[in-house]
Ligand binder design. Structure first.
Ligand SMILES: Cc1cc2nc3c(=O)[nH]c(=O)nc-3n(C[C@H](O)[C@H](O)[C@H](O)COP(=O)(O)OP(=O)(O)OC[C@H]3O[C@@H](n4cnc5c(N)ncnc54)[C@H](O)[C@@H]3O)c2cc1C
Length: 443
């Protein structure tokens, strides 16, 4: 593709908003390349015009990490399975996670672990360190075995365990700062089922047993209600693909996912804007009404569920042992400051890994995520929670709201300077810059 035709592919400016409605941008131009060559041509054109370039995935980051006033690259046309070699699957970088069950089924494969939704693209999810739960399982980026980028010079760069291998720990979680990913090779696992057990329990008991429970289970997580002592625990156990399935009853699924997780919480948030004192009794009621469920289904159906209500989110990664004290501190703070918080607090865990900017770098990790209804201002709540998380040596999720900058993040990541050196090498002119990257990485 020539530069002229690449210029022709730069579509007109249009308003862009992220899912959480925390970020709005008006890119100077939008391009929808369908091949690595077209990506390269757009990058060269943008550079000639002095415009930065930013790929956007599904816009599910709450931070401004995907925002640009330059050229926005929509790579959704670069998707699907490009090659399969045993359990290794090369995917177009714009593949959405919800496409994967159908794409991987013919090969009898699945992702080793997933977060709680499947809307993201594989490039966007891995670039920000998206994770699920399970102390024996790393985040999605730990499954990356190779990737192809188009660099700032417009060249194709292959990174794998045998090609430019020294770049792999940076490229796996690259924050969109190192180049445009056009494909990603993921280590999948044979397809499996999950037996899910959901229970209503007491917070103190769950926190007292936290370490034992995350160590014993394949995938353990819980949701704590800010104004009640109850928690909803989820324990998923891996089973072979030919085990007997007992999918959740559609009515119980609707009650849990639509009515409780989205409808009731949204209603609570709406009502509490007018009558703030309604939340504590409603949370106590919700913990009493909570149903216990057991079901067995294919892993993506158990890991993920739809989100019908918009919210804002901040999530911090802590040493896994720190979770009970940190969560108790958050609950104490909410009571002392007399805050009214509708959304439950989500608590998960992940294995340690060696990716330079992974929130789980070098330590077994517990995650505490706080949410706030999108029509309410989360500033005070998130600021107070962030102060607590920092006192426990917390690292913020790159795609979720936080106020940290390069100065404080450098101290949280032992290989931060190595990542910056790779950025200097691959993008010395900062073609892939935006305000968020300048804040969290420095110039
Ligand atoms: C409802 C909801 C639930 C969520 N649940 C979880 C969860 O369970 N666990 C978790 O960890 N996170 C979760 N997240 C956060 C989410 O997974 C991440 O923020 C992720 O980045 C979103 O992927 P995306 O495709 O929307 O990427 P975007 O937000 O569009 O982009 C993210 C970054 O990736 C870059 N990027 C995208 N494509 C490319 C490319 N081709 N090449 C280079 N860079 C690229 C962008 O430039 C940007 O820097 C959730 C978010 C929401 C809104």
């Amino acid at each position: 593709m020539t530069v002229q035709s690449a210029m022709a592919t730069l579509g007109p400016s249009r308003r862009w908003r992220n899912w959480g409605r925390t970020v709005e941008a008006r890119p100077a131009a939008v391009a929808s390349p369908a091949s690595p060559d077209e990506v390269a041509a757009v990058i060269r054109t943008a550079r000639e015009r002095g415009l930065p370039v930013k790929a956007v995935g599904a816009g599910h980051s709450f931070t401004a990490i995907a925002a640009t006033d330059g050229v926005q690259l929509d790579i959704s046309a670069i998707d699907g399975v490009l090659a399969v070699d045993g359990t290794r699957v090369r995917l177009g970088a714009g593949t959405n996670l919800y496409q994967l069950p159908a794409l991987l089924a013919p090969h009898g494969l699945a992702l080793a672990n997933m977060g709680d939704i499947d809307r993201q693209t594989i490039a966007g999810a891995t670039a920000t360190g998206t994770h699920g739960t399970g102390l024996r399982f790393g985040g999605l980026a730990t499954q990356i075995r190779a990737a192809t980028l188009v660099t700032a010079s417009g060249d194709l760069l292959r990174v794998s365990e045998s090609e430019n291998a020294e770049l792999l720990p940076a490229v796996r979680i690259g924050l969109g700062a190192l180049g445009i990913l056009v494909d990603v090779t993921i280590e999948c696992v044979p397809a499996y089922l999950l037996h899910a057990v959901e229970r209503g329990e007491r917070l103190d008991a769950v926190l007292d047993e936290w370490l034992d429970r995350v160590e014993a289970a394949d995938h353990f997580e819980f949701y704590a209600f800010p104004h009640a002592d109850g928690v909803s625990t989820k324990t998923n156990t891996r089973l072979p693909a030919d085990a007997e399935r007992h999918p959740a009853h559609p009515v119980s699924n609707w009650i849990e996912e639509v009515l409780v997780q989205s409808g009731v919480i949204a209603a609570m948030c709406q009502v509490s804007r007018v009558v703030p004192d309604v939340l504590p009794p409603l949370h106590r009621l919700a913990t009493t009404l909570q149903g216990n469920r057991d079901f067995t289904d294919a892993s993506p159906a158990v890991f993920t569920s739809p989100r019908y209500t918009r919210f804002r989110e901040m999530e911090y990664a802590l040493p896994v042992e720190a979770v009970p004290d940190a969560l108790r501190a958050v609950k104490r703070m909410i009571a002392e400051r007399d805050l009214r918080i509708g959304y439950p607090i989500e608590v998960r865990a992940a294995a340690a890994d060696d990716i330079w900017l992974s929130t789980a770098h070098g330590r077994r990790t517990g995650y505490i995520a706080v949410h706030h209804y999108f029509r309410q201002d989360p500033t005070r709540y998130f600021r107070e929670v962030e102060a607590i998380m920092r006192s426990f040596d917390g690292r913020p999720h790159w795609g979720k709201m936080h106020v940290r900058d390069a100065g404080s993040l450098a101290a949280a990541y032992p290989r931060f300077a190595d990542f910056l050196a790779v950025r200097d090498r691959l993008d010395p002119e900062r073609v892939f810059r935006n305000d968020y990257l300048t804040r969290v990485l420095g110039v």
